[in-house]
Structures are given as C-alpha cells and as structure tokens.
Design a protein. Structure first.
Length: 263
C-alpha cells in the first residue's frame, strides 16, 4: 500500500496549487489528480450537490487505489468533508482559508478574504471567522468570477486585472495588510494581484500547510512511499482537459505525466 498514490481532487484546476506544494515536499509519491471541471464551479452549488460531486470524486480516487485523499477545494471541504470522513475508511485532508495566520500576523488589524459563496456561507468558515474577528476586522469578498478566470486560462490578461481591481482597490482603501486566498484557484493569480497591490498586502496561501499536513499524515499512518518507488502522476478531468493539461505542463513538463478525459 505504501507505493499507492495520493488522491487529490478539486472542482477544476485550482487544486493544482496544492499539488505543486505536495510535489515539492513529497517527490517520491505517486499522485492521481481529479478535476471535476464538468461541474465547476462548486461555489454556487447547494450543499447536497457539492456532497454528491465530492462523493463521486472520492469513489473514483479509491478505485484508482489511492491511499489518502486531499480535498483541494475550499467549498468541498467546508460542505462535504464531514460526510466524506464518515463515509469512507481512508485518511482525508481538507483545506480551509488561512484566517488564523492572517489575523495573528496582521499589523493593521484589517484582513480580507477572497473566496466563493459556498465557502463564505459555510458553517466551518463562519465559526473560524467569528473566532478571529474579536480583535481583527475581517472583510469578505465573494469572488466566484475569479474561478472562471483561472478555469479559462486568463491569468495575466486585462480581463483578469479588471476583475481583480474591483476587489483589491477597496482593500487598499480600507488599509488591509493581509489577503487570505480562500480558493485554491487564486494562487494562480498571485502575479496579477501583486501588479495591483505591490508589496502593500501580504498573501496567505494555505497550500504549503496542506502539503505539510499530508506529509505528516502519511508518515503517521505508515503509508509513505518506499525508497526506490517509481512514481506515476496521473491527471483526470470530467470535462474539457485542455486547460488542465496546459497548466500542468507549465508547472512540470515531464514525459511521465498521464492525462485522461473521462467520458
């Protein structure tokens, strides 16, 4: 079982920001990545719909013999992680917006969060927000349109800059000094964000912490890949695979990468 893959799923390409960090930290591990872009975005869907899509994704990854599941989607984590953990006998790692480190390290006492409606309306998110809003002003933005920007490969375009400005300019006016990237798609917009904010706002990306948690869990469970493992990295898409393939190859162009579009 040690050499079985880690399973990662997201509503689309956003979870690749988590895969990047896992790949850096665990270069011997095989990975199966599932992008449910036929149903993307999750952020506008009901909780029942998100649970159903998440369950289907996890069943697919288990069929691929994955030894651990990373839910690389904030909305799926906030709405479905409890169901997934209660349904499947497999280690499951979720992702939540990095409110805690942003609030603790803010110098101005004002932080902002870019996320989707599904995440912002979830119980888990609002419990965390209440906990840390006692001494910190937390400003939330429903930025589902930014998911579409990334899914369509529009980073670095004028369209991306125009959409970002409507969120970032109010933050600058309110003296925000830390911005929580509350969707795994948003790290792919970091360069676009910095063109507008410069160094005035620090970005909190939870992906490195998720990679560290993954490393901890596989060692705790005794399922880390064994020395000499010949790893395999596979990517599956429930919809059009072109954007996924392009983004992956921009990150790591290896001949060993496998891509499949599900019918």
């Amino acid at each position: 079982m040690n050499n079985f893959p880690i399973g990662i799923f997201d509503s689309g390409v956003g979870g690749l920001s988590v895969w990047i960090e896992i790949d850096k930290l665990l270069p011997c591990e095989s990975v199966v990545y599932f992008a449910d872009n036929a149903n993307c975005p999750y952020g506008e869907k009901s909780q029942n719909a998100v649970i159903a899509h998440s369950e289907k994704a996890v069943r697919f990854l288990i069929e691929k013999q994955c030894k651990l599941i990373v839910i690389a989607c904030n909305t799926a984590t906030s709405m479905a992680v409890d169901f997934i953990r209660n349904t499947f006998d497999i280690p499951v790692i979720g992702i939540v917006p990095a409110i805690k480190p942003a609030a603790i390290n803010s110098m101005t006492g004002v932080i902002a969060i870019l996320a989707t409606k599904g995440t912002l309306n979830s119980r888990k998110f609002n419990e965390t927000k209440r906990e840390f809003s006692k001494n910190t002003e937390i400003i939330s933005f429903d930025a589902n349109d930014l998911v579409e920007i990334v899914e369509n490969g529009l980073q670095g375009t004028e369209q991306a800059e125009n959409v970002l400005r409507k969120y970032l300019l109010p933050m600058l006016q309110k003296n925000v000094d830390r911005l929580v990237l509350g969707c795994t798609h948003f790290p792919f917009l970091i360069d676009d964000i910095k063109k507008i904010t410069g160094d005035s706002i620090i970005l909190d990306n939870p992906a490195p912490a998720i990679a560290k948690r993954t490393e901890y869990i596989i060692h705790r469970e005794g399922i880390a890949a064994m020395s000499g493992n010949v790893r395999q990295i596979s990517f599956y898409s429930s919809g059009n695979i072109d954007t996924l393939k392009k983004m992956v190859k921009n990150i790591k162009n290896e001949n060993t990468l496998l891509f499949s579009q599900l019918k």
